[in-house]
Design a binder for this molecule. Structure first.
Ligand SMILES: [Zn+2]
Length: 345
């Protein structure tokens, strides 16, 4: 049955062959799992008896970040071929099929800056990324709202790879919780995924993970799994922990977690966000500097017309530097170490 609807059970290929849309369809696997295709890159799995978790896994929000796309495609194919039996409701999203086909981060606009209604601000729904952001919000809403009654936990793990290398290969962005405590079990889950560097945000954002966290109360993260590489050039062994942990989560199998110990983590908060003010904005370090690089206090980081940016704090580290952003956009984030002692739930 599924062979006719999703050729070779290859939902990624099917999505990329139909980047602008797919007709909804539904079928049931022999193991009782209901499969629903909602759209291109949108597939929902409902076990006959669902557990208490509603899990969203997303990849390809940036089209050239291939490793997460391969991880999710493998997971979906294994479910369709009944090599992996989901015990939790699971929605898998391939964010930006047109950008994936183009081998590009985005076609017109950064999809991960368009959530929480930003897709409709300013000029409105003028391009495909803006329309996709709105549609993805609607699919996530539908998925969480269609859950059975009872006490349930919502999750969204938005998987990425970074443009540049990182002093800590894998790291997660924990969206701003508006004063609510950070979740110890989520830090433990991230560690099981091989992610022990976490950036704790202190402001609202237009990202997919902040949207799921703030709008739906999900435990949600942007997870950066390493450096961007083309399809087929990812060393999948580098992702074995995240693959294993996501599959265990979906299958409700035992997770290899350890009790949280802050000494095993690198936790950071944002110290300041540096925005490009003029066309003269210039970074004063090598183009290929790694995320989380630190320099001595006083080191010149960037100039922007007459403005100089220097390291102000001991341990201040830079992430996501990009001098090519549009004027007015964030060109770099500066972070400092912080503790979560006494602030976990
Ligand atoms: Zn990304």
């Amino acid at each position: 049955m599924s062979q006719q609807l999703i050729p070779n059970d290859d939902f990624l290929r099917h999505t990329l062959n139909n980047p602008t849309g797919l007709s909804p369809c539904e079928f049931r696997l022999d193991n009782g799992v209901t499969v629903q295709v909602w759209d291109t890159g949108v597939i929902c799995f409902e076990p006959a008896t669902a557990g208490d978790k509603d899990i969203v896994l997303s990849c390809g929000v940036h089209g050239n970040e291939t490793a997460p796309i391969e991880i999710c495609a493998e997971l979906v194919q294994d479910i369709l071929q009944q090599k992996l039996a989901p015990k939790q409701r699971t929605l898998v999203l391939i964010g930006n099929p047109a950008a994936i086909n183009g081998g590009k981060r985005e076609v017109e606009e950064n999809l991960n800056r368009l959530f929480s209604g930003h897709h409709s601000k300013g000029a409105g729904l003028i391009n495909d990324e803006r329309k996709r952001a709105l549609a993805l919000e609607q699919y996530v809403t539908r998925f969480y709202q269609q859950a059975p009654n009872g006490t349930r936990k919502r999750y969204l793990y938005d998987l990425h790879t970074a443009i540049r290398g990182s002093r800590f290969e894998k790291f997660a962005v924990y969206p701003f919780l508006h004063g609510k405590p950070w979740q110890k079990n989520q830090l433990e889950f991230l560690q099981a995924c091989g992610v022990s560097t976490v950036l704790l945000m202190q402001t609202a954002a237009s990202t997919f993970s902040y949207y799921a966290s703030n709008t739906h109360g999900a435990d949600a993260f942007t997870i950066e799994l390493g450096k961007v590489r083309p399809f087929g050039q990812n060393d999948m062994n580098r992702f074995s922990e995240v693959r294993t942990s996501l599959r265990a989560l979906v299958a409700d199998a035992a997770l290899k977690t350890q009790d949280f110990d802050e000494a095993n983590f690198h936790l950071y908060e944002v110290y300041r966000s540096i925005h490009k003010q003029t066309q003269d904005f210039k970074l004063h370090f090598a183009d290929d500097v790694e995320n989380f690089t630190t320099y001595p206090v006083g080191t010149l980081l960037a100039t922007d017309g007459d403005t100089e940016y220097r390291v102000e704090q001991e341990g201040e580290a830079l992430i996501f530097p990009n001098a090519k952003v549009a004027v007015g956009q964030r060109a770099m984030l500066m972070v400092i170490p912080r503790s979560v002692k006494g602030q976990l739930a």
